[in-house]
Design a protein around this ligand. Structure first.
Ligand SMILES: O=P(O)(O)OC[C@H]1O[C@](O)(CO)[C@@H](O)[C@@H]1O
Length: 245
C-alpha cells in the first residue's frame, strides 16, 4: 500500500486529480470506477479543469460507479446519477453511453445487480477504482459485516450511514434505506485502487484500514490485500495512524 499524506482537503484533491490524469495517460485506463459522497467532489472539480485544458481525455473511457440508492430515479436530485452528471459528466467530453451506474429504480433490482456485475466484466474489469470510506469503514455501500466475497448486490444501509448522508436530504426520513452496490469482491478485482479520506471523522476508519486486522467488521481492511492500493489522506484523517513517518 502506498500512503500519500496531504495537508488538507484541497491538497488531497489536487494530488488525487493529478494521479488520475497520470494513470490515464501512462497506463491506459479504459474503465474508471467512480465514487460519490462529499470526498471526491474536489477531485472531480480539478479533473474537469485538467480535462478541459487537454491534460487528459475521457472520450474513450467507460466509467462505472460503485453504487446507487434504491427507489430514486436517475433524475432525482439525490440520486447518484444526478450527482455524477452535476459534478463531472456534464462538464467534460464523455459520451453518456460510456457512463454506467446501477439503476436503483429498476423493476427487478436483483436482476439489475446481475446486469451490472456482468457489464463490468464485459468491459474488461475496472482499471482504476476511486473510493471514499465511510466513518464505519464501509466501501461502496458495503457496511460492516459484509462478506469479502460479495458481488454487486442489494444492501441495507447502516444507521450511521443514513445519519451521515442525511445532510444531502431535506429530512433523515427521506434517505433511502437500501442501495445497490458493487460487492467487495467486485471492488477488490479492480486492477488499481485509489482511496481518498479527509477530516477527523475518517481518522478511526483510516487507522483501522492501515493498521487494523483484516476483518469483515471493517470492510475497508480488505484493501490491505490489494497489490496496487494508493491512499491519499489528509493530516486529520491520518492523525491516529502511528506506523507511518
Ligand atoms: O465522502 P463521504 O461523503 O464522507 O462518504 C464516504 C462514503 O460514503 C458513501 O457516500 C456512501 O455512504 C460512499 O459513496 C463514500 O465513499
Amino acid at each position: 500500500m502506498n500512503v500519500i499524506r496531504a495537508r488538507d482537503y484541497e491538497d488531497m484533491s489536487e494530488k488525487a486529480s493529478q494521479l488520475v490524469v497520470d494513470k490515464i495517460n501512462e497506463s491506459n485506463v479504459n474503465v474508471l470506477g467512480l465514487a460519490t459522497g462529499g470526498t471526491p467532489v474536489g477531485l472531480y472539480k480539478r479533473l474537469i479543469k485538467k480535462i478541459n485544458k487537454g491534460k487528459a481525455s475521457f472520450s474513450n473511457i467507460h466509467t462505472v460507479n460503485l453504487d446507487e440508492y434504491i427507489g430514486l430515479s436517475a433524475d432525482d436530485p439525490n440520486s447518484y446519477h444526478r450527482y455524477m452528471d452535476d459534478v463531472l459528466f456534464k462538464h467534460i467530453n464523455i459520451p453518456k453511453s460510456q457512463t454506467h451506474l446501477p439503476n436503483g429504480d429498476a423493476e427487478d433490482v436483483q436482476l439489475e445487480c446481475l446486469r451490472y456485475e456482468a457489464l463490468i466484466h464485459e468491459l474488461g474489469g475496472v482499471d482504476l477504482q476511486l473510493l471514499g470510506i465511510g466513518n464505519n469503514g464501509h466501501i461502496g455501500f458495503n457496511e460492516p459485516g459484509s462478506s469479502f466475497s460479495g458481488r454487486t448486490q442489494v444492501v441495507e444501509l447502516a444507521p450511521s450511514t443514513i445519519e451521515a448522508n442525511a445532510r444531502y436530504f431535506s429530512d433523515e426520513e427521506m434517505v433511502p434505506r437500501q442501495a445497490i452496490t458493487m460487492g467487495i469482491q467486485t471492488i477488490i478485482e479492480s486492477k488499481g485502487i485509489l482511496l481518498l479520506a479527509s477530516g477527523l471523522d475518517k481518522a478511526e476508519a483510516i487507522q483501522e484500514l492501515i493498521e487494523g486486522e483484516v476483518s469483515e467488521s471493517c470492510p475497508a481492511t480488505v484493501l490491505q490485500k490489494h497489490s496496487d492500493l494508493t491512499i491519499i489522506a489528509d493530516e486529520q484523517a491520518l492523525s491516529l495512524v502511528t506506523s507511518l513517518k
